[in-house]
Design a protein around this ligand. Structure first.
Ligand code: ATP
Ligand code: MG
Length: 776
């Protein structure tokens, strides 16, 4: 143990060795907060604290697993296994299962993911015959989520005229009713959504003092990572649990608070000292992660924020290379720059794929990156977006499994009752739903009593419903005698799901079958793993819970060497030798939706701080002058955040370098199979001056000459080519929109546009300079 303590610096050692009492560690990125937590837990155990008495809350399950394995290295695996470590949601789901009956829930309750919740909200809105343009399901769900995270129950809502008024003002006077319906329907289905896991834990701890006492006594030492991003509901749980022993250690960085949009409350960290008596406050200042360039550049960014705690972050590391800034014409070219840089870096410095991360503000940006990486044969992995478990075919199989565990689960039932088709139509399902609402029972219970309720169903339909019920019941019997793998395999075959998918022989169809195989592999792993751990049979319900609570980072398979692609939000707490922050453009980052108030803009700036501080050695900031957004080619300006970094830390990549490195790829992609010998390659136009606004304005402007973007010449060469070839009636093929016919041409040279009628997607106006067209 001593060895590990010796490896810490003095400032880190103090919070590790401070065994008891409330404490907070506030420190900048990369200063070892997470490391302090890890070593502290090992230290507590070495001091005789029982692993069962330690609760540690992390941002992802993956982070928890990594911490656990580090601790296992120090104290031994058998002891580390007993630690309570995980996300708020996974830990409290576990607790809720054992106490569920107190709240009137079955212990096998289902966890609805956000898709399930959105679908349920959607059907409630439909049943209430409300206007979907006003009552947008996702928005409504967001609102409800917000209420739940602030512990505003349905009852509290209806007791609060102000809230009702606010909803009425935003043209949603019936939001409360939707909320009420939603809560009732979840309850009836034996389901909790993500927010319920926190809300119900709070309810449990407030309504049942003996339960609170039990968990207070169990969790004598509580540790929380990324405390700056806890919401009100999480805050209250931590506070309640730590109230008796007050051995609470939280670590965080106010400069990295990036979840306000989801209800995170930065005041939790700012007010910590007021919440407990005798709080010890520790600060760490030395960054071990990044080069001096990156650390100092990051400091200059966060300095621009007014709301912050003053902190010092410095490093002993080398200066390292400057942050490289790259401008490109389009998002596709930006992708090519990133892919070729990774390619070159790998070659030159013998790096592996896992040394690179590409971070973006919105998931939609991944596509251009993926295209470019694929062309270069660089393996990558996307985190976030539609996760594996949310794919339709997977959710279908899981739907059956969920029904086996909890047949009241309405979302699962509606999903699979007629898939694969078995002649139970929408009208029948509607009748069942209405009856279930009327009797305040689940659809499943209505189906069990189908002969006693007059739903005006013909006997054929009744038989089909009987068959369905019998099938699910037969799965339940299997579940009692076999492991989850056997059952899933049986379900996939017996329900006809696999046969249904096999009918579709397209690559997409085949991929779906493979996904189901992959799911089976995952379940096999799970059941084997369970057997290994405690000799237990791999219980299906536990697998389903893991799936429901898996964050996208969790599915990392360490043995695969891939470039990581993810949103900045997801990258919190992680580190990579080389980091590309792409799409550094106004309206994208900072996001157009988060610029109207100072606090929103400051949150965007913190997000940028998080992005930059993920880099250990080299950071790149890239932007495109135009990109497809919402299907439209949109001009963009470089992000203000680039300008906010002190120029001494930046290196603007020169056009010479770019024309030399990327021109060949541009040729190929833009001109397709055009005879390349006819192409006039653009001459380099000189270097881009630092802090160029990269606008299209030509001419002199003070000492800074705003240059035409390099590369536009080579593109207008393309437009000239098209001048000759494109006329109304020409049939073209577009990379994204497919086949279409030119209807009209307008403008000249670089501004020439074509109006094209595509077979799919209708008429679009494209700037030929950018459009990737092949004449066919
Ligand atoms: P973030 O704010 O991004 O979550 P953090 O403060 O949690 O960062 P860590 O991830 O714990 O920082 O540490 C950053 C890196 O520095 C890690 O690779 C860690 O192993 C290393 N590190 C931390 N402390 C030391 C130390 N005393 N000696 C050497 N390396 C250290
Ligand atoms: Mg950390």
């Amino acid at each position: 143990m001593q060895k590990y303590i010796d490896q810490l610096n003095e400032a880190q050692r103090q919070p590790v060795l401070q065994k008891d009492g409330p404490m907070i560690v506030i420190a900048g990125a990369g200063s070892g907060k997470t490391r302090v937590l890890t070593i502290r837990i090992a230290y507590l155990m070495s001091q005789g604290v029982d692993a069962f008495n330690i609760l540690s809350l992390t941002f992802t399950n993956k982070a928890a697993r990594e911490m656990k394995s580090r601790i296992a290295d120090i104290v031994g695996a058998s002891e580390a296994k007993n630690l309570w470590m995980g996300t708020f949601h996974s830990i409290f789901a576990r607790i809720l299962r054992s106490e569920a009956d107190l709240l009137g829930y079955p212990s096998n309750f289902t966890i609805y993911d956000s898709q399930d919740s959105a679908r349920l909200i959607s059907s409630i809105i439909k049943e209430m015959q409300l206007d979907r343009d006003i009552y947008k399901p996702k928005q409504v769900l967001g609102r409800i989520s917000n209420y739940k995270n602030n512990l505003i129950t349905v009852k509290a809502y209806f007791n609060n005229p102000e809230l009702q008024e606010a909803d009425a003002m935003s043209k949603k006077p019936r939001l409360g009713e939707i909320y009420q319906q939603y809560v009732e329907r979840c309850f009836k289905a034996g389901a909790m959504d993500f927010d319920d896991l926190l809300l119900k834990t709070n309810e449990l701890l407030t309504r049942f003092p003996e339960v609170l006492a039990k968990y207070q006594n169990r969790f004598r030492y509580i540790l929380v990572d990324e405390y700056q991003d806890t919401n009100h509901s999480q805050y209250l749980i931590v506070r309640a649990l730590s109230d008796k022993f007050q051995n609470i250690c939280v670590v965080g960085d106010d400069a990295q608070s990036i979840y306000a949009f989801r209800g995170a409350n930065i005041n939790n960290i700012l007010n910590f000292q007021k919440d407990y008596d005798g709080v010890k406050m520790f600060r760490l200042e030395q960054n071990y992660r990044s080069t001096r360039n990156i650390v100092e550049a990051a400091n200059t960014i966060i300095d621009k924020n007014k709301t912050k705690l003053d902190k010092i972050v410095w490093t002993d590391n080398d200066f390292g290379p400057k942050i490289k800034v790259h401008r490109s014409l389009t998002d596709a070219e930006e992708g090519r720059f990133v892919a070729s840089t990774i390619f070159e870096q790998k070659m030159q410095n013998q790096l592996h794929n896992g040394a690179f991360a590409i971070l973006y503000r919105t998931n939609a940006q991944s596509r251009a990156m993926e295209d470019a990486l694929r062309k270069r044969d660089i393996p990558y992995r996307i985190y976030g977006g539609l996760s594996f478990y949310q794919r339709k075919e997977i959710k279908d199989v899981l739907g059956y499994l969920r029904l086996v565990v909890n047949p009241k689960d309405e979302e699962a039932l509606i999903r699979v009752i007629n898939y694969p088709a078995r002649g139970i139509g929408d009208t029948t399902v509607e009748k069942l739903t209405i009856a279930a609402n009327h009797y305040k029972r689940s659809i499943w219970e209505v189906m069990l009593n189908i002969d006693k309720i007059d739903l005006k169903l013909n006997s054929g339909t009744k038989n089909k419903l009987h068959d369905f019920v019998t099938m699910i019941q037969s799965f339940q019997v299997i579940n009692e005698n076999q492991d989850a793998f056997y059952l899933t395999d049986h379900v996939a075959k017996k329900t006809g799901l696999v046969q249904e998918l096999k009918k579709d022989a397209t690559p997409e169809g085949m991929a779906k079958v493979q996904n189901i195989e992959e799911l089976l592999n995952g379940i096999k792993d799970f059941t084997e793993g369970q057997k290994e751990i405690d000799g237990a049979r791999g219980a299906l319900s536990e697998f389903l819970e893991d799936v429901a609570l898996a964050t996208d980072l969790d599915k990392d398979t360490a043995d695969e060497d891939r470039v990581a692609l993810m949103t900045i939000h997801l990258a919190k707490g992680l580190e990579f030798p080389h980091v590309f922050v792409v799409g550094m453009e106004e309206d994208l980052f900072p996001s157009a939706m988060s610029m109207s108030t100072r606090s929103e803009l400051e949150e965007e700036r913190r997000l940028f701080y998080v992005a930059l501080t993920r880099a250990e050695h080299q950071a790149y900031l890239t932007y495109a002058q135009s990109r497809y957004r919402w299907g439209k080619l949109t001009d963009s300006e470089p992000s203000r955040f680039i300008e906010e970094i002190d120029g001494q830390y930046l290196e603007y990549l020169t056009p010479e370098e770019r024309s030399y490195r990327y021109q060949p790829m541009i040729d190929k992609d833009i001109f397709g199979d055009v005879d390349k010998s006819k192409l006039r390659l653009a001459k380099p136009v000189g270097s881009i001056p630092p802090k160029s606004t990269a606008s299209n304005e030509a001419g002199l402007n003070g000492t800074i000459r705003k240059l035409k973007p390099m590369g536009s010449k080579s593109h207008s060469t393309g437009a000239n080519l098209f001048d000759n070839k494109l006329t109304a009636g020409t049939v073209v093929m577009h990379e994204r929109f497919g086949k279409g016919e030119v209807i009209n041409l307008e403008g000249v040279g670089a501004d020439q546009k074509a109006e094209i009628k595509f077979e799919v997607g209708g008429i679009k106006k494209l700037l030929l300079r950018f459009a990737k067209l092949d004449i066919i």
